[in-house]
Design a protein around this ligand. Sequence first.
Ligand code: SF4
Ligand code: SF4
Length: 388
Amino acid sequence: MPDKSRPFPNLEIDYSEVDGRTYNCIGDCALCCLCQPELLPQEEEKFRKDPRLAAGIAHRHISPDVRGAAIKLKGAHGACHFLTGRRCEIYPERTHFCRSFPINVFVGWRIQLNVNMSCRGIGLPGESLRDAGNLVLEEYGSNMLASELRDANQVFTEFVRNTRDAWISQSFSSIRGAAGALAGELSEELGISQLLTFAEHGSLRQNASADQIARMVRKTEPEANVQERALIDGTELFDLPDLTLLPIYIDEGLRWKIFKLVDKQIVGYELSEDGATRELSRTDPSTVDLMPVTSEGKKRFQEYIGLVNSRDCFLGHAAYLCDSEGYEYNFAQVYLGALANNALDLWWRASFLAALSGKEQLGPDEIREGIVFFDMDLLDLPTIGAFI
Ligand code: SF4
Ligand code: SF4
């Protein structure tokens, strides 16, 4: 009997992120309808034949990485053309991208299913994400998955060869082991500062063990000013000219919010379907400090960092950075530096949102809001390997 929970037994597929998780799509959320959906070639053909669907094909893409056709947005930076009153007008014919959300399929040296943790439906009782993931995989079919995997495998093999040639190689399991051991320290200034200093000024021999890497980090004299970096990076995050490029946060009341740096103030806007904005708040970024994290908040923070550490797309992102820096730094340093920067980003975003609500510390709920605000952007980082 074929195993329905593993429809492609010949392909290496990692289900660890979806296993044991359920989700239920929340009516009136439509966060995913703010991402410009791409059309698969067969979908484009279908859309072009039907004038009602063809009217939704974009002439301008918000991301330069979009290769084929995509659906246009309302106005310059609103929601999908087909969204009206937070309802999809073409629901039975919506795209593969829309049906897949919140699942992402990443192809690297293996296939891995990732979940977009910005979706507030995750964790609600409902559909098993493993089953949802298998449906997404089945739509691609084994031939396409195998061919994508072959291509991505080559890229990863070449990356590993390059790190060996440059004497900066490290096994993926050692790096992840070290990051896992250090994850609990990433909601503390000392832990982040040590990791950032190690990433920038440390040294490491090739093929160190996880214990050796973690020991080297803990021995590092911390030099990075974490509050200062959080402020600089946090402010830069909102300093973008095009509203479509700004990170989106869906609050607990399902309002879509964007934040933009205007005259040294972070201005918060509510975004509507047609792209209109209504100002909600003004914050002087220098008044936002990284807030202390409660012990329960730390548990949630650590859990999430563990999830990031298990994502192949994050490892692919570190590989991308290593490659773009010309293989200058040891791969473990690049990886751990990227992890520390992202942990700092999450901590700052959670602190920023909590400050807006008048809070002074971060418990699990405040960390969760930070994750909702952050995860979509993390999954969008440039990477070696590809989401298909
Ligand atoms: S983000 Fe999640 S809950 Fe919201 S509409 Fe999309 S799938 Fe549903
Ligand atoms: S096609 Fe429908 S489900 Fe997909 S993004 Fe547009 S409105 Fe949302």
